[in-house]
Design a protein around this ligand. Structure first.
Ligand SMILES: *Cc1c(COP(=O)(O)O)cnc(C)c1O
Length: 379
């Protein structure tokens, strides 16, 4: 079955009780048993809930995996993955990781004896250089936020395999429509479902997907033991969102390309970071492992003045000034004062987050209107 068909049909079936074509919101904590241990597969909704279960099966299918697990946020999903490790284990990750992932690694898990290394993964030799007998996980995020760097998933998978470590890929930016990490050798895919999968800026949710039964059992054990599950109502909303994921992503890609080219041609814009440009330093890898380049774009202004960037994000009318990404509506953000404000200036500038950097999550509106909005703000 191909992607769109899976997105619409996998995991869901007409409700056996009523024929309702949409999976009902099973807003229930518990399930009546006919006798002790004699139930219909559901006992208590932390362990399993039918609406969440349908979504978990759907996510597993669209990621070309076998098992899915949904959590109360992307970070709760990350929390689960890291809890698979033991004190002394080492994790190698990218130096321009999503800020929240960096924070949970450093401020929550380091004190339990886990060791995290952050390297520039755009050169996979930097990953190899940190591998040792204690390496248990390689954590890749690609494309990265907000610099849109691309990491070679297949090369990272080979290093992980040889090291006897798991490869986990944060596939939030690309989505399973554009990138299939499990097919490239990853052991686990992680999502902030909050973003493109939900797609309508109305849910906070995370997910993990794997093909490996032993990994899945461990994920389900932690999901049930730690209890950071997602709600039936939110599961319903995301099931609905995923039915149009392929349509939305096509439009995000189309609009993203047009906006990237407009920005590149504007006299006040300095650099544009978008992996679809052949001049992007990792374009070849992006073209190899992605089926499109998405709607996330960052750019800097000539002169690199903070006040110019702040003026642009203030002047736009259609683009909403907000954190997050991946919804149908276009968003604009200023990483240096918003998402990356807690990182010292010197540190963040090393990874490219300079004062004039602006990040766009290009939505699915009419692209002419989006370009007109950016033009009036830049002019
Ligand atoms: C938003 C995001 C997360 C965290 O997800 P939440 O749903 O906000 O907890 C992790 N990784 C990436 C790439 C993200 O964009």
């Amino acid at each position: 079955m191909k992607f769109a068909t899976k997105a619409i049909h996998e995991g869901v079936a007409p409700d056996p009780a009523t024929g309702a074509i949409m999976t009902p919101i099973y807003q229930t904590s518990t399930y009546v048993q006919e006798g002790v241990g004699n139930h219909k597969g559901y006992e208590y909704s932390r362990t399993l809930n039918p609406t969440r279960h349908a979504l978990e099966k759907n996510l597993a299918a669209i990621e070309n995996g076998k098992f899915g697990a949904c959590f109360g946020s992307g970070l709760a999903a990350i929390d689960c993955v890291i809890k698979m490790l033991n004190p002394g284990d080492e994790v190698i990750s990218t130096h321009d990781l999503y800020g929240g992932s960096y924070r949970i690694f450093k401020t929550i898990f380091e004190k339990y004896g886990l060791v995290f290394h952050f390297v520039d993964m755009t050169d996979v030799r930097n990953i190899q250089a940190k591998v040792n007998a204690k390496t248990k996980m390689i954590w890749v995020e690609t494309p990265t936020n907000p610099m849109m760097n691309i990491i070679d998933i297949q090369a990272a998978a080979e290093i992980a395999r040889a090291a006897g470590a798991w490869l986990c890929v944060d596939n939030t930016f690309a989505t399973p429509f554009l990138q299939s990490p499990l097919d490239l050798g990853a052991d686990i895919v992680m999502h902030s479902v909050t973003k493109y999968l939900g797609g309508h800026s109305d849910v906070i949710m995370g997910a993990l997907i794997t093909k490996d039964e032993a990994i899945a059992q461990e994920i389900y054990r932690i999901q049930n033991s730690s209890g950071a599950v997602t709600a039936p109502m939110d599961s319903f909303l995301v099931l609905r969102g995923i039915k149009t994921l392929h349509l939305r992503m096509e439009r995000h890609c189309f609009n993203g390309e047009k906006v990237a080219h407009f920005l590149a041609s504007h006299p006040r814009v300095d650099k544009v970071f978008w992996p679809g440009f052949t001049a992007h330093p990792n374009h070849d890898i992006a073209a190899k492992q992605m089926r499109g380049f998405g709607g996330m774009i960052s750019f800097t202004l000539k002169g690199n003045h903070l006040e110019d960037a702040l003026a642009v994000v203030k002047k736009v009318e259609l683009f909403a000034l907000a954190e997050s990404l991946g919804g149908v509506e276009s968003l604009i953000g200023h990483p240096a004062t918003m998402t990356h404000a807690s990182i010292p200036k010197e540190e963040r500038e090393k990874s490219g987050v300079v004062d004039s950097l602006i990040r766009l999550s290009v939505g699915v509106e009419d692209v002419e209107d989006l370009i007109e909005d950016l033009r009036q703000a830049l002019d």
